[in-house]
Design a protein around this ligand. Structure first.
Ligand code: GCV
Length: 607
């Protein structure tokens, strides 16, 4: 039996008793121990927007049916942080979706918080009380769609569109009162699995089949948000098999879901995953733009193309995907990843707001119509494996409402909502989280050098792990230098950017250090802007990043956190320190062996 755990969400009181069918049945509620009273006025057609006004003895929240719920949480948050939002509030992105990569056998692809919270043994399997808590959790930070199954649709998840519909409907009903709608991932070849000779999107039989199926699905779950599709990517079926474009594939499905107000989300994560490492012409980061840019303007109005934030795959540091800047006539969703696949497996600390700040600023928040993030949730008692990883889920919801939010604001908010700390302790934890990505980057992937990671698991160092493989993720380090030339003299990737960015990136003198080896191939004695050589910088960052990880332990030990959290946090920081030392020593030795260069500071580099 799952035990409720003190995290930010359990400390945020539910605005209304759990026994009510919908939170709107309560006209008034009392906020926590503060004894502050709030009353609701529900506006018809007010949607998700709300306004909080101080009234005698409390507050009045006016808003749409889900708006007042978001308003209630905003008020609770505001009373805790001392900043109650003034004026009419509405989310910047209407669609703010959590993508569960949950398989129906109970496993979670890239999951680091235990097994699936809602699937087990080939069926839905959950504790209703916990799912209601999940609803609270999502509503309290503003997420409004949950996609329940993995984008890699394995058996028996196909049946989510058919025999499992009553189960899907029951699950949807549990989350509905919290303003959370469901989405499902579908398999493009489903009509063939059910007897049709083809899944060709231009085949009339296929079109009719999907329309019929959509009718059946929406009859069971009338507010289903839509379908999410991974097609022609990493061996998933798709329209290419029939010589059709991705726009033709997406539009066919979009037309099936349109009568029910559904959206069709089509992922742009498409590249050649069978590349030959000897082939230096193919450059994986180019792939999505090369494929999709020519299709700009061809997608139907209810299609959203979902683009990962960088051109590779959720790395610690990538430039903003040029597709996010280049698809001007297409609805786009920005895809983030809360699951710490390449960012420390929810063992190492990696607070994501600083990374997202760069992405939203680099892309311009208006470029996307929606935001999505791969979930970091699981059946672990603390929800996210590392208690602090919950911050990333919270922050994702907040960015969906206010994409201009400052990383420090959102981190501090979460810290204050989650723990009772004295001001100096709150500062220390906020600072530690705020700088955690920077430290992780220094010991794992400095200067834009990603993918030096153990294949498959993606945790721990392996400088040549991907070098002679088929994934298109090479560093081409040798005795002369390291990195890939992505200027026009090289793979030409840089030309996918608007002129000003292209200019910035194509010159090693102006290219930001943190992306230097992503865009350029340079010799070890290259002089960096700060006067250090490239090899010295590689060494320095690894030593420094590791030392930063080591120094986190003392801060964590000093914090008066609840026992269970503290135990898990201290266990995990030991894991992080071990990992950081491995990265420092293996990467430094790797570059030392190739370059033959000594460390100027004479530190220990193994032979
Ligand atoms: C769901 C990467 C991950 C895969 C994931 C894929 C995707 O390749 O390693 O586990 O598959 O991205 O985003 O579709």
């Amino acid at each position: 039996m799952w035990q409720e755990r003190k995290t930010w969400l359990t400390r945020l009181p539910l605005p209304v008793p759990e026994t009510l069918k919908t939170p709107l049945e309560a006209a008034e509620f009392e906020i926590g121990q503060a004894g502050v009273r709030a009353a609701f006025t529900v506006e018809k057609d007010g949607g998700e927007s709300y306004e909080i006004l101080p009234v005698d003895g409390g507050y009045r929240i006016t808003g749409g049916e889900t708006g007042i719920l978001f308003g209630a949480y905003a008020l609770i948050r505001g009373l805790t942080t001392g900043c109650v939002p003034a004026g009419r509030q509405k989310p910047f992105y209407p669609l703010r979706m959590l993508n569960g990569w949950d398989n129906m056998d109970g496993t979670v692809e890239r999951g680091y918080a235990g097994r699936s919270m809602w699937f087990e043994g080939g069926r839905f399997d959950y504790e209703p009380a916990r799912v209601r808590q999940l609803g609270r959790m999502l509503a309290s930070c503003g997420v409004n769609v949950l996609c329940v199954n993995n984008v890699n649709v394995h058996q028996p998840a196909q049946h989510l569109t058919d025999t499992l519909l009553p189960d899907l409907a029951r699950f949807a009903a549990l989350l509905r009162p919290f303003g959370v709608r469901l989405m499902i991932c579908i398999d493009f070849s489903l009509p063939m699995q059910e007897g049709l000779p083809t899944a060709d999107p231009l085949d009339e039989q296929v079109q009719a089949w999907w329309k019929e199926r959509a009718k059946k699905i929406w009859a069971a779950v009338p507010d289903l948000a839509g379908f999410l599709v991974k097609a022609d990517s990493e061996h998933r079926p798709g329209p290419n098999t029939y010589g059709r474009t991705h726009a033709e594939g997406a539009n066919m499905l979009a037309r099936a879901v349109a009568p029910f107000g559904g959206v069709l989300i089509w992922r742009a994560f498409v590249y050649n995953c069978m590349q030959d490492w000897r082939d230096t012409k193919t450059d994986r980061p180019r792939a999505a733009y090369d494929l999709y840019k020519p299709l700009d303007g061809q997608f139907d109005g209810n299609v959203i193309v979902q683009v990962k934030y960088g051109p590779f795959d959720f790395q610690v540091r990538e430039p903003v995907s040029p597709l996010l800047l280049g698809m001007e006539k297409t609805n786009l969703a920005l895809e983030l990843q809360l699951a710490q696949e390449y960012t420390g497996h929810q063992i190492d600390l990696f607070a994501m707001p600083p990374l997202w700040r760069e992405i939203f600023d680099g892309m311009g928040k208006e470029r996307a119509k929606a935001v999505a993030a791969v979930s970091n949730l699981g059946r672990d008692e603390n929800w996210t494996g590392h208690p602090f990883a919950a911050l990333n889920l919270y922050a994702f919801g907040r960015f969906g409402w206010e994409p201009d939010i400052a990383p420090e604001t959102v981190i501090r908010e979460w810290v204050r909502l989650s723990y009772d700390l004295a001001p100096a302790q709150e500062d220390a934890l906020t600072e530690l989280l705020l700088s955690s990505r920077d430290a992780y980057e220094q010991y794992t992937a400095n200067l834009g050098l990603c993918w030096m990671v153990r294949p498959e698991s993606h945790y721990g160092p392996s400088p040549y792990g991907y070098e002679f493989d088929r994934w298109g993720t090479y560093n081409r380090a040798d005795r002369n230098g390291v990195g890939i030339d992505r200027t026009d003299a090289g793979t030409g990737y840089v030309s996918q950017y608007p002129e000003a960015l292209k200019k910035l990136y194509e010159n090693p003198e102006t290219c930001p250090d943190k992306l230097l080896l992503f865009f350029h191939r340079l010799p070890y004695d290259f002089r960096m802007k700060d006067g250090r050589t490239l090899i010295q910088r590689l060494y320095d960052d690894h030593f420094q990043g590791c030392a930063r990880a080591e120094s986190m332990k003392g801060v964590l030990e000093s914090l008066p956190l609840p026992d269970a959290d503290k135990r898990e946090i201290l266990e995990r920081i030991d894991g992080q320190i071990k990992n950081a030392r491995e990265w420092r020593d293996i990467t430094n030795t790797f570059f030392h062996r190739l370059s033959g260069a000594a460390d100027e500071k004479g530190r220990k580099i193994y032979e």
